[in-house]
Structures are given as C-alpha cells and as structure tokens.
Write a protein that binds this ligand. Structure first.
Ligand code: BGC
Length: 286
C-alpha cells in the first residue's frame, strides 16, 4: 500500500507535565526584530522558558547583543543575527546560519515590523512599499523558510508535539481600520489572511500557525500615544481595561502559544489588547 502523502495519522500527542519555566526546554526559537520593543520581550520570555534564541535585528547590533547576553543568563544559548527580513537572500542566509548554529528551528516569531505614517494623499510609494515589505513580505519570507525546515525535520515527540510553530505578531489593526496609517493597517490585514491560509495549508504536517494581536503596548513605536499625561488620557479612551499593556505581557502570551500547552490552538488571532477591539465608543453610546 502506498504511504499517505502527508502524515494525517500521527499518534496522539503526549501533553507536557512541566512547570512554566521549562515550557520550551530544548526548543530553538528565532525572533525577528528581537533587539527592541515587543520582540525583545518575547525573546527574553522564550529564553526564560528554556528555549535557545536567535535574536534577529537589522540595526542596533549592540542592543541585540545585550538582549542575547540577558537571555544567556537563563542558562540557554542566544545568538544575534543581522538580516533585513524584507530581503529574500538575507532571510535565507539567516536561516542557514541559525540552523547551522542550533541544529534546527522549532519556533519562528515573525515580529519585525515598523510604521511609516502619513495622511493618505501624502503617503509616498516608498512609505507604502517599506511597510508592506517589512511587515507582510518579511513575515512571508521567514515563514516560508521555517515551513521548509519544519517539514524537513518532522515531529520530534521528545521536543514538541508539533513539527514547528509560527507566531505572527500582528496588531489590533488587522481588524481596526486606522486613518493616517493605511500602509500599516493594510500590512496587518494581510498578515491575518496570510497566517490563516498558511495555517490551513500546513496543519496536516503538525505545523501550528497563529497570530498575537497586541493593542497599545508601551514601546518606542507608539511613544507619542503614552509619552505625556494628556496623550495617555486620550489613549485610555480606546482601552476598556484602562491601562497600557507592557511588552512582557506579549512575551507571556508568546510562550504559551508556542508551547505544547497550546497544541490544539491553530489559526487564531489572539488579541492581547485590554479590550481595544470591543468598540469602546459604545461603552456609553449606541
Ligand atoms: C501600533 C501602535 C498602536 C497600537 C494600538 C499597534 O499595532 O504599532 O502604534 O498604539 O497598535 O493602536
């Protein structure tokens, strides 16, 4: 009898029994844009949970090295790699280097992203292309390399129930339209359906693909929105939970979503946003 084209009859997975600080023990992670902001917090959280971590960065070599040093303090390996995620050759070279160093990659966190805001009629093609290039094409290029590696290796039950995990760091703006930021909102809307379509395609190989959609998180990208008391009061009008989020909170969500505790969670957008997507304008109106 011919072997099935894909492994749709894999055995029932063995669920983890370990405490949270060992949730990712023995796994190898690559975090794009891991040198700052949310990426840094995710890279640290994965390291604390026992994973070896590649800290990708495109500028700020020293900061990325610092993050790697902090991760090593958890007793795991960490290595910064410079690569522009929107460049196919650089992405391929990064994955080759990462796999050579760690043997494989079990977790990809597609985090690298940026904003280049402008009123619509003033937005240049360069601003449009830059944001789509990094936020959407970058996630495609990295996910493609990761899927190739996950399929090559297959499931190693002693490491994880899944052959690999991809976390796309999206945004509440994958569903909330954002005037003055159409390139950014378009990129995140694209991430949503790229993630879900990819999730559908690779599920039979036990490759899990999900997104985390942060709301307003205290990082340099949105300092304008929380840097002064007046701006912060305005921001709180958009957040039912009435506080800004901290990068660590995304880190903790990433550890869970990448771990076998979430083995049956597939193709979802996990909003970590203090309720920003709950139409806060309707608290009183409507
Ligand atoms: C953006 C931030 C913004 C937040 C909520 C994020 O995706 O990068 O600038 O504060 O969404 O609007």
């Amino acid at each position: 009898m011919q072997a099935p084209a894909h492994p749709s009859h894999l055995p029932r997975p063995v669920m983890p029994q370990c405490p949270p600080q060992h949730m990712l023990e023995g796994q190898k992670a690559l975090v794009t844009g891991g040198g700052s902001g949310i990426g840094r917090a995710i890279a640290l959280a994965l390291g604390q949970a026992g994973a070896d971590v590649i800290v990708n960065y495109v500028s700020g070599a020293e900061t990325a090295e610092q993050v790697a040093t902090e991760i090593r303090a958890f007793g795991v390996r960490a290595m910064p790699i410079c690569a522009d995620v929107s460049d196919e050759d650089q992405v391929r070279a990064m994955f080759r280097q990462a796999i050579e160093a760690f043997g494989t990659i079990d977790i990809l966190v597609n985090n690298a992203g940026l904003q280049q805001d402008a009123a619509f009629e003033d937005m240049s093609l360069a601003q449009w292309n830059k944001v789509i290039g990094v936020n959407l094409t970058g996630q495609f290029l990295c996910a493609r390399e990761a899927v190739r590696e996950f399929k090559r290796r297959g499931v190693k039950p002693e490491v994880s129930c899944a052959a690999g995990k991809i976390l796309c760091i999206s945004s509440v703006h994958e569903v909330i339209p954002w005037a003055g930021h159409v390139n950014y909102a378009a990129s995140k809307g694209g991430v949503m359906l790229m993630m879900k379509s990819l999730a559908q395609e690779v599920a039979p190989y036990r490759i899990r693909v999900n997104s985390i959609c942060p709301g307003a998180i205290r990082t340099p990208i949105n300092m304008e929105a929380w840097g002064t008391p007046e701006a912060y009061q305005e921001l709180l009008k958009l957040i039912p939970y009435k506080r800004i989020g901290e990068p660590d909170e995304i880190g903790r969500a990433a550890v869970w979503l990448a771990s076998d505790y979430a083995d049956y969670v597939h193709g979802i957008s996990l909003f970590v946003d203090g309720g920003m997507t709950l139409y806060p304008g309707f608290e009183t109106g409507g």
